[in-house]
Design a protein around this ligand. Sequence first.
Ligand code: CAA
Length: 261
Amino acid sequence: MKGSHMALVLLERPAPHVALLRLNRTEARNALSPELRVELRDHFLTLSDDRDCRAIVITGNEKAFAAGADIKAMADISPAEIMAQDDETNWAAIRHCRKPIIAAVQGYALGGGCELAMCCDLIVAGESARFGQPEVKLGIMPGAGGTQRLVRAIGKHRAMRLLLTGAMMDADEAFSAGLITKVVPDEQVVSDAISIAAEIAEMPPLAVSEIKQVVLAGVDAPLDTAIMLERRAAYMLFGTEDKKEAMTAFIEKRTPNFSGR
Ligand code: CAA
């Protein structure tokens, strides 16, 4: 696919205010090549600012969500070349995206693919989903948050097994470990993720955005600081038109109509 005009990430609009990003390197199990990561970054930067987009679903295909960084593109690479690729900028675009992101995972989510899923706010997985950080088998280690996000999600002792052996977790194990939101039959993964995204998209956007930001910023802050952050954001939302509309609609027993202001 390299050098051709084929998009490596496809953008669809499957429901009002919902964007769906599909990784499109089927032949390489959606390995995250440098070119694909740049396309992904550009989509997230655009969607983060797109007022019409209120929730994002990201998915792969039935065989793989993403099998990690592209090993063929990394086999002969030097640290200086990796630094020059500035992959951090690509990841930062996803981390700082203001819209909620739902990963819809079928098949392999390995290495950078698992890190990509963990960057998302919710993870819907099919029964075929397999999560892992197999970098150790390649003589390297996760470089995009894998060691940190996995330990926060599932605890040190389970994370260490995956990180130190490269073993994979299946969907049920990932669910009981707290890594993912839910497990559904494979053929329902994308539609289920879209319907959660559509539900979020019906909520007042400023409240959604503040909740996402406070959860993410607060989780690594001291509790008192995080609670102060929460309280300030909560008070601030009392100033929005959508808060007035939501509470008035409740009292008038009608459906609210949100403006995003
Ligand atoms: N990079 C490049 N190509 C990959 C790839 C990857 N990560 N994963 C799969 N492919 C390619 C294979 O080379 C193969 O290509 P060819 O047809 O040209 O031979 C094609 O995709 C299909 O792969 P398989 O035949 O291996 O498919 P499978 O269904 O038997 O196995 C798999 C699937 C278990 C995902 C296996 O491909 C695999 O183990 N892939 C590597 C997973 C991995 O180690 N990921 C971590 C990468 S490192 C990383 O991500 C670093 C970081 O965070 C910074």
